[in-house]
Design a protein around this ligand. Structure first.
Ligand code: NAD
Ligand code: ZN
Length: 389
């Protein structure tokens, strides 16, 4: 306990409520409002983070729009970010103030059957939960404005200068890593890259179809490129994505709108029966079905990554499975956030992985709504939001 108290007193805000700026979503689909909010100190097994950079992922947009998802407002969104530990709560031994960290929307308690399994990152305690807006320790929020609670999002809520997370949802990384770049590993890039290299596992010389060429899909394409895939077919409804996708190894393009038959048939014709692997990164149920049906019988594997709407149902003929096609899905590219993310950061530091080319826009925190506009317009890949402490 003595050590813990010493660590806490290293920051002069430890144990106190911090007043800071946060971008609050008061209502579904309405621009975020920068407000002064109160951020309570971290409780047992929690840490309070000073966020330095955050980015917008499409998952934030779905829950902010709340069209196909349960509404929960007021809420502070944001889950792709980098920051520094400000203070730690009771029982936290693996992090201390000053540590550089990436919060992750799906955590790792390191104790449950999933965390102990080599094959799973679906932690029993901290796996992604988009409907919970409170902290596990006491079922309350750490954010408030004038005494009224503001809900959390996926245990990260990074659209705030300070946030509180469970220690299991925070990965400690090399302090030399530039947070304005590696913050994109906190969701999109690990998700797409891991979906290909950890789950789809294409062989050298194989063909891979990538559905959706946003940050997640382009990271999936990058995974196919480094795996030595020879044909990487990008599928997107927005043809403007195709030029940019060339930088990520995509060498053929299909816009489903250009064809009057299902895109899976178009791909089957292009590839003599289907691709070896496909990775779906759109969130569209139609694209998920196409991504499955476009893989070759006998050996094809399709991986779903896009977050579906809550009422979606996957419909395909069972013969597609009997004919030896495999369908998989993944959160966070099957990476265990605390165990694996520091190593992925090292890959970037050793120049084995490129991140800079994913970052096409950057805005100050005060202009966070612009990041939403870029995404809704299908412009660019990732927009970094710079906090203005
Ligand atoms: P994005 O908006 O930047 O990119 C999505 C792309 O898909 C766009 O270019 C869009 O034009 C395209 N698209 C949409 N519908 C399509 C269709 N029917 N056919 C072909 N292309 C279509 O989004 P992003 O941030 O890259 O996220 C991609 C998806 O991944 C989202 O659904 C997001 O929620 C999900 N996601 C999942 C995880 C996970 O762990 N499973 C993590 C992060 C994001
Ligand atoms: Zn995300």
């Amino acid at each position: 306990m003595g050590t813990l108290t010493n660590i806490s007193t290293m920051s002069n805000t430890a144990g106190k409520v911090i007043k800071c700026k946060a971008a609050v979503a008061w209502e579904a689909g309405k621009p975020l409002v920068i407000e002064e909010v109160e951020v309570a100190p971290p409780q047992k097994h929690e840490v309070r983070l000073k966020i330095l950079f955050t980015a917008l992922c499409h998952t934030d947009v779905y829950f902010w729009e709340a069209k196909g998802q349960n509404p929960l407002f007021p809420r502070i969104f944001g889950h792709e970010a980098g920051g520094i530990v400000e203070s730690v709560g009771e029982g936290v031994t693996e992090l201390q103030p000053g540590d550089h960290v990436l919060p992750v929307f799906t955590g790792e308690c390191k104790e449950c059957a999933h965390c102990k399994s080599e094959e799973s990152n679906m932690c029993d305690l901290l796996r992604i939960n988009t409907d919970r807006g409170t902290m596990l320790n006491d079922g309350q929020t750490r954010f408030s404005k004038d005494g009224k609670p503001i809900y959390h999002f996926v245990g990260t809520s990074t659209f705030s200068e300070y946030t509180v997370s469970h220690v299991g949802s925070v990965a400690k990384i090399n302090p030399a890593a530039p947070l304005d770049k590696v913050c994109v590993l906190s969701c999109g890039i690990c998700t797409g890259f891991g979906a290909t290299v950890n789950v789809a596992k294409p062989k050298k010389g194989s063909s891979v179809a990538i559905f959706g060429l946003g940050a997640v899909g382009l990271a999936a394409a990058e995974g196919a490129r480094v795996s030595g895939a020879s044909r990487i077919i990008g599928v997107d409804l927005n043809s403007n994505r195709f030029e940019e996708a060339k930088k990520f190894g995509v060498n053929e393009f299909v816009n489903p709108k250009d064809h009057n038959k299902p895109v899976q048939e178009v791909i089957a014709e292009m590839t003599n029966g289907g691709v070896d692997r496909s990775v779906e990164c759109t969130g569209s149920i139609q694209a998920m079905i196409s991504a499955f049906e476009c893989v070759h019988d006998g050996w094809g594997v399709a991986v779903l990554v896009g977050v579906p709407s809550k009422d979606d149902a996957f419909k395909t003929h069972p013969m597609n499975f009997l004919n030896e096609r495999t369908l998989k899905g993944t959160f966070y590219g099957n990476y265990k956030p605390r165990t694996d993310l520091p190593c992925v950061v090292e890959k970037y530091m050793n120049k084995e992985m490129e991140l800079d080319k994913f970052i096409t826009h950057s805005v100050p925190f005060s202009e966070i709504n612009k990041a939403f506009e870029y995404m809704l317009a299908g412009e660019g890949i990732r927009c970094i939001i710079r906090m203005e402490h």
